[in-house]
Design a protein around this ligand. Structure first.
Ligand SMILES: Nc1ncnc2c1ncn2[C@@H]1O[C@H](COP(=O)(O)OP(=O)(O)O)[C@@H](O)[C@H]1O
Ligand SMILES: [Mg+2]
Length: 260
């Protein structure tokens, strides 16, 4: 695919070594604005590690990640989030006893600018900001279809809906780049369909997204581009159709029937 635009995310020769294990091995690819890129590969391929490096959870051994040309690596997780990179986790990271709305609110705070003094004094500007953040969080909940569940404890929702809460939390911060780590993991067929529709609607808003996913029909349906990792190495970046026909990819991944 030809792109005139500057990539929103540039992954440049990222390498991550754990002791003797090369988890991510000089991986480079670009994610262009508005694109949904699927990141696939067998378990242990290095997909989550790549997200962990891009979001500042792990320090890279070498390489660079550029958000609209600005280097991310070396910045803290908070700073990277403030620059507009939001993610979800492979294992749900939900506060079970907190309400659904409060869970989502924890994602809105990158837009909270008040310092400590106005917060302590509860100045009107702070209250206005709180209202704005709550409105954003409600909007995100509405977007994922959970507006009517805002007040219930997150733990009372089925796993499929808890995933949606996590996605709403990522969206509430109004990110420029969304990273979804196996959002369909543990979902029922019906829940996966709902998720696919949601990712499609996210795409329709123009939000650039990278989605790690094992559910191939979901990947093929929603992703314009697919990148394949295998044992830390990038095997291919191509259209879903070309990826499905790529012999290397078939050997490494698609051919492994039942690989989860
Ligand atoms: N914190 C860590 N410490 C040591 N090894 C790790 C760590 N995180 C991931 N790994 C290893 O790196 C490799 C890639 O893991 P991961 O990125 O989780 O793969 P994927 O998400 O593609 O299944 C695996 O061999 C895994 O065991
Ligand atoms: Mg993973």
């Amino acid at each position: 695919m030809a792109h005139d635009s500057r990539p929103l995310l540039g992954v440049q020769r990222i390498r991550k070594v754990f002791g003797g294990l090369v988890a991510v091995d000089n991986v480079s690819f670009d994610v262009h604005p508005g694109v949904i890129l699927g990141l696939i590969g067998p378990n242990g391929a290095g997909k989550t590690t790549l997200f962990n490096v891009i979001t500042g959870l792990y320090a890279a051994t070498s390489g660079a990640a550029m958000l609209e040309g600005r280097p991310l690596l070396g910045l803290t997780q908070d700073t990277i989030a403030c620059l507009g990179v939001a993610r979800t986790f492979q294992n749900l990271q939900i506060f079970p006893s907190m309400s659904v709305l409060d869970n989502v609110l924890t994602g809105s705070h990158r837009h909270g600018y008040s310092g400590l003094v106005p917060t302590v004094l509860r100045l009107p500007s702070v209250r206005a900001e709180e209202r704005r953040l709550r409105a954003q969080a409600r909007e995100a909940l509405e977007f994922v279809g959970l507006a009517d569940r805002a007040a219930v404890p997150a733990a009372s929702l089925p796993p499929g809906q808890q995933r949606l809460v996590e996605i709403a939390r990522a969206l509430a911060g109004q990110p420029r780049l969304l990273l979804l780590d196996e959002p369909a993991a543990g979902l029922t067929t019906r829940e996966t369909e709902v998720l696919g529709e949601l990712i499609q609607r996210i795409a329709d808003t123009g939000l650039t997204t990278v989605v790690i996913e094992h559910d191939m029909s979901l990947v093929m349906e929603v992703c314009a581009t697919v990148a394949v990792l295998d044992q830390g190495k990038l095997l291919a970046v191509d259209t879903p159709t070309a990826i499905q026909a790529n012999p290397q990819v078939i050997a490494a991944y698609l051919g492994e029937e039942g690989q989860a």
